[in-house]
Design a protein around this ligand. Structure first.
Ligand SMILES: Nc1ncnc2c1ncn2[C@@H]1O[C@H](COP(=O)(O)OP(=O)(O)OP(=O)(O)O)[C@@H](O)[C@H]1O
Length: 302
């Protein structure tokens, strides 16, 4: 549905580009997880999709048409729930929804229907008459989401939608987003929380310094780390482990990327024979976090 090709952006006066040849595709019915550490370029990318920035180089198309033309014809095809809360604090939940429904051109019965549907979807009915500024952090996020959904966008952009949200609201927001994708919406979900991306994304794109480091189905990315043996043990050293592969991290836990044809069982048997006390061993799918750290050499939050 959405295709980005060679997108480049350098802010005035910046020494390096914020986006440098970004390539991505988002499909209807799928959640694309966008992962990147601070300053990776996520917000700059989303700003292009929301129309706040125009491409300096590269192309963005929606179903083959240039994004700018699509936005000019049907501005509501793309919905954005920005990182900052975007509503009027002194107005009630209902007044905010009515105001934004009018702003996106909804009229009459359709307007009433969409307001009711979004209120229902975000489970905000009990708070319809509460002023937005009096809502909890989680409810504010849900109002942000409800507003973005008013025009029934085909593509929904979510920039850190669960920041500052309590666990219950977070679970609700994630379920709601998954349900939207299952109903056919294309979703781009930017987050620092890798466990959220692992929970709901079909595809993951890892961005750093404005470049795409990896883009692929979640399962394929996780399988990349399948040759790493993670060990917690007393009496281990990097020198001892190097016989079987490359030591990527340690101690506690040690992460050993096994060389071709090395089996984790052989490592464990040999260590036991040498008197090493292995307390915990893991092998198989890596977490997204391990893959991310291996690719970027840094944590998501600096
Ligand atoms: N208005 C601006 N003027 C100059 N440089 C900017 C501007 N906005 C962002 N940048 C720079 O562009 C790069 C990408 O920033 P961006 O905000 O897109 O990253 P991000 O991945 O969204 O980061 P975060 O997770 O911290 O929100 C950073 O180096 C940032 O300092």
């Amino acid at each position: 549905m959405l295709a980005i090709d060679g997108l480049y952006h350098r802010y005035a006066g910046a020494s390096a580009p914020a986006l440098d040849g970004v390539q991505l595709q988002a499909a209807r019915g799928q959640v694309l997880g966008l992962l990147g550490p601070n300053g990776a370029g996520k917000t700059t990318l989303i700003s292009h999709l929301s129309g706040a920035l125009a491409p300096q180089r590269g192309q963005i198309t929606v179903d083959g048409q240039p994004l700018a033309a699509v936005r000019a014809r049907t501005p509501t095809r793309i919905g954005v729930a920005p990182q900052e809360l975007a509503f009027y604090p002194p107005l009630t939940v209902m007044e905010n929804l009515a105001c934004f429904a009018a702003a996106c051109g909804l009229r009459g019965a359709r307007r009433a229907g969409r307001i009711a549907a979004c209120l229902d979807f975000a489970r905000l009915q009990p708070f319809a008459d509460v002023r937005a500024e009096q809502l909890s952090g989680g409810l504010k996020r849900r109002l942000n989401l409800a507003i973005a959904l008013l025009p029934e966008p085909e593509l929904l952009l979510l920039d850190e939608p669960t920041v500052g949200v309590d666990p219950q609201s977070r679970a609700f927001v994630l379920d709601a987003i998954r349900a939207l994708a299952d109903a056919g919406t294309a979703v781009i979900y930017a987050s620092h929380y890798m466990e959220e991306i692992e929970a709901i994304a079909d595809r993951v794109l890892i961005l750093d310094h404005g470049r795409v480091l990896r883009d692929g189905p979640l399962d394929a990315l996780l399988a990349e780390g399948a040759t790493v043996l993670t060990l917690r043990a007393d009496g281990l050293s990097a020198e001892r482990l190097q016989r079987w592969g490359q030591v990527e991290q340690g101690p506690d836990p040690w992460c050993l990327r096994l060389a071709a044809h090395q089996r984790p069982s052989a490592v464990l048997v040999a260590l036991e024979a040498e008197g090493v006390d292995v307390r915990q061993a893991e092998f198989g799918r890596a977490s997204l976090e391990q893959l991310f750290m291996a690719l970027t050499h840094r944590a998501l939050r600096d």
